[in-house]
Design a protein around this ligand. Structure first.
Ligand SMILES: [Zn+2]
Length: 201
């Protein structure tokens, strides 16, 4: 039987697939410690890949607020990033920094963080994730500029393959004023590179 790639298998089928991987790894899926593992893995996958069920464009489009004349840069830095490498299905863990220059309207900061989360909770490569976040903010908010910088370490590189713990990958996408205007870009980069004083949020 051939399965169409767009057909979503049942939970039971997904659990059976995990059981197959346990057997393939050389373990006994019927021993006590592993008996609940297929169900747990599938529940974890629901969290890891929750981003497929949400439309970030729709989320952002519903949440404009007037700026009362605020036209300076808005920067969110050090947003925890948890994504999953589409080549190995292992975590990509890091930080995201996002900025935009409003043109008449702003969006709640939790909504911006959600856009990052929605794209991150999918199978990704970091370059595509960076572009998707920037492009969505650009398309929906139509600001004067958008900047996105992601710094992350990929477990497919740290725990397997070349085994290089401590290596992080940095990607960025600068649009509008952040691309065209040196001083705007420098202001953003200085903000995200500034030393952090410890504080309680
Ligand atoms: Zn990988």
């Amino acid at each position: 039987m051939t399965e169409s790639s767009s057909e979503r298998p049942s939970r039971e089928e997904a659990e059976r697939a995990v059981r197959t991987l346990l057997l393939w790894a050389g373990d006994d899926p019927d021993r006590e410690g592993l008996r609940e593992t297929p169900a747990r893995v599938v529940r974890s996958y629901e969290e890891f890949f929750a981003g497929y069920d949400v439309d970030p464009v729709e989320l952002l489009a519903r949440s404009f607020e007037e700026t009362e004349g605020y036209d300076e840069m808005v920067v969110l830095r050090d947003i925890r990033l948890e994504s999953y490498c589409e080549h190995h299905m292992v975590p990509i863990i890091g930080r995201a920094h996002v900025a935009y220059l409003p043109r008449g309207r702003v969006v709640g900061i939790s909504k911006l963080a959600r856009v990052i989360e929605i794209y991150a909770k999918r199978l990704q490569i970091q370059e595509k994730l960076t572009a998707q976040i920037a492009n969505t903010i650009e398309d929906v908010l139509k600001p004067l500029g958008v900047a996105v910088v992601l710094e992350a370490s990929h477990q497919c590189m740290t725990t397997r393959g070349v085994h290089m713990p401590g290596v992080s990958m940095v990607t960025s996408r600068m649009l509008g004023a952040f691309r065209d205007n040196d001083s705007t870009r420098r202001e953003f980069l200085a903000m995200i590179q500034a030393p952090r004083a410890p504080f309680e949020g």
